[in-house]
Ligand binder design. Structure first.
Ligand SMILES: *Cc1c(COP(=O)(O)O)cnc(C)c1O
Length: 485
């Protein structure tokens, strides 16, 4: 076999894996320790990374050493470091040591977890961990959980199930023979996440029948406006299929009044889906449960441990009450997937859209066991307190102002030099410039949104390694750069 390149065996040899695996783990530990010293966002132009990579695949195998070197020298300098303590952009996408270890083990086993038989432990662990999570977050009995890849998929699954159920009711109501998606309407606030729009499109309901319900000054859906929209559609012969409520909207942490919305859904037989993608983690804190008041009226609910619960992407917790409706919507059992156990077990492929499923429960199990529920609470409390502190700094500075309430870990603010009219349109450009100047330092990274037509800077606090000093650094940079504007 001497005509093979020496590296050939590396791609299959467990001993080579062991040696380079140790190097890779050493690199990971160093990365976690040293990430603070890197720029949060790389200083690269479009195409810069690509131009350093070969345009065709190698014919002969290359040594791990070469891949690892290029990873360090080309790839890492072109990465945005979401796990940097100065990460305050978008939302957090945390990992943590227990989660990373579980991801490595998952990769080692490389199983497909589509049915019980294709990995009994994966299915049963997922059921156990989803029950743990349900109780940890105070979600009442009656909800059954499954892990989906994203909140976007979970919301789509909710919409599809709602469509199926409404179509069934449609038959009763209209005597129509077939489900007719063009008779359905969906409702969400103007502040709801774009995944609702996307889901409504994919579900064939059509964006023209997605009603954007106005929100109040705190960016929460106005229930009276919801009821009015539903009545109007009903009198035009449409069926209110689904209402999506949000706890913690992406732009500004708006909190829809779940109880009032849920009661309207009951009255009009609409499916009630709750999107708590980011805020859901806060429910580990008993003192935060009030923002979920009325959640027991929901038919389905999603939140993302892959955002604020220190678990690697992807891991989205989807809960549903009427499992039968979900299965009626998504279950497919071709001959080649049938097993003897089917009557006794859950085949989780029937609970979501893809057939193939990763073993995602392992990382969540590792995270919850390693931190303990109390350890998770402690981190979340810390992030919430830091957001309140940042808010107080904004309020205490006459050249800055808040643009939204701060019920969670997101602070929306802008610079408004003292004496300047709040309606002055040049404030948008000023803040855009200010944000760019702060981000250009590479020490922290934040993103923006528009609130009531105004450019708002979003300070989203939730990275595992973020400390008070990092939040202070961000604030000091804003004050310092604002002085030079
Ligand atoms: C992040 C977010 C989503 C989308 O989450 P994915 O898991 O990336 O699909 C949806 N809704 C809200 C409120 C979010 O914050």
């Amino acid at each position: 076999m001497s005509h093979w390149p020496a590296t050939k065996s590396e791609s299959t040899d467990p001993e080579a894996f062991r040696a380079f695996g140790h190097q890779a783990v050493d690199w990971m530990a160093d990365y976690m320790r040293d990430v603070r010293g890197l720029r949060v966002v790389p200083d690269v132009k479009p195409g810069a990374i690509r131009s350093r990579l070969p345009v065709s695949a190698p014919e002969q195998g290359e040594p791990f050493e070469a891949m690892f070197r290029d990873f360090r020298e080309i790839i890492v300098p072109g990465m945005t470091h979401w796990n940097h303590p100065g990460w305050f952009a978008y939302f957090p996408a945390n990992n943590s040591p227990p989660s990373m270890l579980a991801e490595m083990l998952t990769a080692a086993i490389g199983a497909q977890c589509m049915s019980w038989q294709t990995s009994p432990a994966a299915t049963e662990l997922e059921q156990v961990v989803m029950e743990w999570l349900r109780k940890m977050t105070g979600l009442p009995d009656g909800f059954t959980g499954v892990i989906q890849d994203t909140a976007s998929s979970s919301t789509l699954v909710a919409l599809l199930t709602a469509r199926e159920r409404a179509a069934k009711w449609g038959i009763v109501r209209d005597g129509a023979a077939a489900p007719d998606a063009s008779k359905l309407a969906v409702y969400a606030s103007t502040e709801a996440h774009s995944s609702v729009d996307k889901g409504v499109k994919i579900a064939g309901i059509g964006l023209s029948r997605l009603r954007k319900i106005p929100a109040d000054d705190a960016f929460a859906m106005i229930p009276g406006a919801l009821e009015e929209a539903i009545r109007k559609d009903e009198s035009a012969g449409l069926i209110p299929c689904c209402v999506v409520g949000t706890v913690g909207t992406t732009s500004s942490s708006g909190i829809d009044p779940l109880r009032a919305i849920g009661e309207i859904c009951r009255k009009h037989q609409a499916w009630f889906h709750v999107d708590g993608a980011m805020a859901g983690t806060a429910a580990v804190l008993p003192e935060m449960r009030r923002i979920f008041d009325g959640i027991e009226l929901a038919d389905s609910y999603v939140f993302n441990p892959h955002k604020w619960m220190f678990t690697n992407f992807d891991c989205s917790a989807f809960y549903v009450k009427d499992v039968e409706a979900l299965l009626r919507t998504l279950s497919m059992s071709p001959e080649y997937l049938k097993t003897l156990y089917d009557p006794q077990v859950a085949n989780l492929r029937d609970w979501g859209i893809p057939l193939g499923r990763r073993f995602r429960a392992l990382k969540l199990w590792f995270v919850i066991r390693s931190f303990g529920v109390e350890g998770i609470r402690e981190k979340v409390r810390e992030h919430l307190a830091l957001a309140q502190e940042f808010k107080s700094w904004v309020e205490g500075n006459p050249d800055f102002e808040l643009l939204a309430p701060v019920p969670l870990s997101l602070v929306c603010f802008r610079c408004r030099p003292r004496g300047r009219d709040p309606k002055d349109p040049s404030l948008d450009a000023l803040n855009e410039k200010l944000l760019a100047a702060v981000n250009a330092t590479g020490r922290v990274h934040l993103t923006h949104t528009k609130l009531k037509g105004r450019f708002a800077i979003r300070m989203s606090i939730g990275q595992l390694q973020t400390e008070r000093a990092d939040v202070e650094t961000a604030w000091n940079l804003f004050v310092e750069k604002a002085d030079t504007m």
